[in-house]
Write a protein that binds this ligand. Structure first.
Ligand SMILES: [Fe+2]
Ligand SMILES: [Fe+2]
Length: 279
C-alpha cells in the first residue's frame, strides 16, 4: 500500500535507463512525483539521439540539479541541436532556461503560443526559436519529427511528436497514469493499476473530455490508431512498447467515466494530520 510522503516534490527514481533494448536511439530521463495518498506521477523527458540530437521536454524545476546531471550523463548539452517543448506546463519546462544556456547550439521547437506564454516568465532568445503547429515537421538528420496534437491535452499549446525512425509517439500528457509505485516500464504495471491510473489521470487532467461526444473523441483516438506507433512515450507514463491498442481502448472509456473531483480542504486536513503523525 502506498504511504504518503511527508512533503510534495520528492524525487524517487534517480537513475536513467537506456531504452536501447526497446527502440534504437531514444533515452528517457525519468522521475516520479509523489502524490500524497494516491501514488506517483511519472514525469519524463527524453533524448532522441538523432544525427541532430533532440531533448524532448525539460523536467521539473524542483528537480533541477538532478535533471541537469542526468541530462549530462546521456549527452553533452553542447551536442543538442533541438529542445522540443511539448507544451509550456511547469512539469515540462522546469529547466528550459538552464538547458538553453547549457546547450548554446540548440533551437527551441515549440508551438508559438507556448513561446508567447513562456516569454511572460523569462526573456526567450527568439532567434533560437522554431514555431510548430500540429502537422508540421522538422528533419533532424536521420529522421523526421512531426508535430501531432494528442487526443487528450491540458494545454492549448500541446504538440506531441511522431518519430518516423523509432516509430515512437511522444504524447505529452496523453496516456499518463497515476501509478502505485515507480516503474521502469509500463509492462511492470499490473493491468488493473494501469487501467485505473490512466483513466483517473485522464479525467483529472482533461475535465473537458466529459463534454465531448464519445464518437468525436473516438475519431481523435483513431488518428493515433492509424499512426500505429510502436512505442508510446508519454510525459507521465513509464515507457510503453507494443501496447498502443490496449492504451487507446482505455482512453475510449474516459468520456463516459465518472468526472474527477479534486480533493478539498477536509482531505488536506486529513493529509496534514497523517503527516504530523508520521513526523
Ligand atoms: Fe500539461
Ligand atoms: Fe504534464
Amino acid at each position: 500500500m502506498f504511504v504518503p510522503n511527508n512533503r510534495f516534490g520528492m524525487r524517487r527514481l534517480k537513475r536513467n535507463f537506456p531504452l536501447d533494448h526497446l527502440i534504437s536511439g531514444v533515452e528517457v530521463l525519468p522521475s516520479h512525483f509523489p502524490i500524497p495518498g494516491v501514488g506517483f506521477l511519472a514525469v519524463n523527458a527524453f533524448v532522441i539521439k538523432a544525427k541532430e540530437p533532440v531533448l524532448v521536454d525539460t523536467g521539473m524545476g524542483i528537480d533541477s540539479e538532478e535533471f541537469m546531471k542526468a541530462l549530462e550523463s546521456i549527452i553533452d548539452p553542447h551536442e543538442l541541436k533541438w529542445v522540443w517543448v511539448t507544451h509550456d506546463d511547469a512539469d515540462h519546462t522546469g529547466n528550459i532556461q538552464k538547458v538553453l544556456e547549457a546547450a548554446p547550439n540548440a533551437r527551441l521547437a515549440a508551438n508559438s503560443l507556448a513561446v508567447l506564454r513562456m516569454s511572460t516568465a523569462w526573456p526567450i532568445p527568439m532567434h533560437r526559436v522554431y514555431w510548430l503547429n500540429s502537422g508540421d515537421s522538422i528533419r533532424v538528420g536521420d529522421r523526421k519529427l512531426t508535430a501531432v496534437r494528442p487526443p487528450l491535452f491540458d494545454n492549448p499549446t500541446t504538440i506531441g511528436i511522431c518519430d518516423n525512425k523509432s516509430e515512437a509517439f511522444f504524447s505529452a500528457d496523453c496516456f499518463g497514469a497515476i501509478i502505485p509505485s515507480p516503474a521502469q516500464n509500463a509492462d511492470d504495471l499490473p493491468k488493473g493499476d494501469l487501467a485505473q491510473g490512466m483513466i483517473s489521470w485522464a479525467c483529472g487532467d482533461n475535465p473537458w473530455v466529459h463534454m465531448v461526444e464519445p464518437s468525436a473523441f473516438s475519431q481523435a483516438l483513431d488518428k493515433i490508431r492509424q499512426m500505429a506507433p510502436k512505442m508510446i512515450l508519454s510525459g507521465h507514463l513509464p515507457p510503453s512498447q507494443g501496447k498502443t491498442e490496449q492504451l487507446l481502448e482505455l482512453l475510449a472509456r474516459v468520456p463516459t467515466s465518472t468526472p474527477f473531483v479534486a480533493p478539498d480542504q477536509i482531505a488536506l486536513n486529513q493529509i496534514l494530520n497523517q503527516m504530523r503523525g508520521e513526523s
